[in-house]
Design a protein around this ligand. Sequence first.
Ligand code: GLN
Length: 307
Amino acid sequence: MDYQALIEDVLSDVHAYRGTGKVASYIPVLAQADPHKFGMAIALEDGSTFVAGDGEEAFTIQSLSYVFSLALALHHVKSALWNHVGREPAGSPVNSIIQLEIEKGKPRNPLTSSGALVVCDQLIGRRGREEACAELLEFLRTRSGASDIGIDESIAMSESRAGAFNRSLAHFVAAFGNLSNPPEEVLSLYYRQCSVAMSCRQLAQAGLFLAFDGVDPVKGEVVCTPSRARRINALMLTSGHYDNSGDFAFRVGLPGKSAVSGAILAIVPRVGVVSVWSPGLNDAGTSLVGAVALERLVERTGWSIFV
Ligand code: GLN
């Protein structure tokens, strides 16, 4: 298959949609994003990558980070993580607090904001947030092969200042005894992981281990066990797009994760990883153009896991 031609074709498929959707405004710095931007990248088993549009431009990965910190937290605490967070779809907006009260501070799954906060807490463990943050950065650098990946501190700061929702979630979870570190420590790691800046190409490379049973096919390194990779993919399929996860599975049919910056990471088991970025969001907070692009890509390739 001519993959470069493929993503160029998808780029023209979505042309008419560019600029549609609403850029997130609750994080002031994100509100400045240009909704016309659109980037896409594919990374394959042999390490080759194909990039279109603004696919080399860095943006903050926001809740795509949840997937990587989940992989790391599972590495550290293993199945004990599931004492603190569930694995059922939430069917509610990313930062919903309602279910948390009913379910006594145990977030539905690690791909909601409250779930990601609990994962951050477990990742910090007893060693402090700086060390946990350094580990996550190092992980992303190694996985993507880009040693200059860093944190956009202005976005982390902007988010922290506008962070009443996440602060409420962290304190609420803590009130139920489900955080072992002070909420502000946990929030600090959380904002920083959301503010890691990466391009579509780097993200596609970083996710490759999830497409190949936990093994980085390029370096031949075991990143996690096959069953852990399979389970992270299962969570992405059922809960990766907030209350829009069912629609994404219906339209695209791939394990994926959406983020408020307009990024989407999609895993094509045994084939590779696709990442897209376009800041205009649909009503549920998934990139509007990004989801259309993945839908067209899957139509053109037959890559849905449901065949
Ligand atoms: N940093 C964002 C927040 O907590 C991440 C949310 C998202 O990408 N959906 O609000």
